[in-house]
Ligand binder design. Structure first.
Ligand SMILES: [Zn+2]
Length: 134
């Protein structure tokens, strides 16, 4: 019996993972894709762990290997309303688009978005520190 989306999200968060979210802010269930078996599932955007939602059990989910408590974003003076950060060799981009804070990964795939930066931080599981470029 597959876990519900909500149960999967909660179980990943409980193990310290930061599940990648889709554009609607829901857990992205196509991070993992097995074409041969037509299985798909979620993944953590920090450690890269992913699984099939069709065959995972809560006890299969390992602890996230990249426990980060805060990431320092430096203002990108060239782009405006854009900040960048590197954490554990992965680059992130943070943008303010109207009222929405949006976090992107290195390839500019949206990781999470929210109107409120506090709620965005809760979704992604680490504290965002914004710094001005000198
Ligand atoms: Zn993880």
């Amino acid at each position: 019996m597959a876990m519900s989306d909500e149960a999967l999200y909660a179980a990943m968060k409980a193990k310290g993972h930061s599940p990648k979210l889709d554009e609607a802010g829901e857990i992205d269930l196509f991070v993992y894709y097995d074409y041969d078996n037509m299985h798909n599932g979620p993944g953590c955007f920090r450690c890269g762990w992913s699984c099939s939602q069709h065959s995972v059990y809560e006890t299969d989910i390992p602890q996230c290997t990249e426990v980060e408590t805060s990431i320092e974003f430096i203002e990108d003076t060239g782009a405006g309303y854009m900040w960048t950060a590197t954490a554990k060799d992965k680059k992130y981009h943070l943008a303010l688009n109207g009222p929405n804070w949006i976090l992107y990964d290195q390839e500019l795939n949206q990781v999470a978005s929210d109107e409120d930066i506090d709620e965005l931080q809760q979704k992604i599981g680490f504290t965002i520190v914004l710094k001005s470029a000198e």
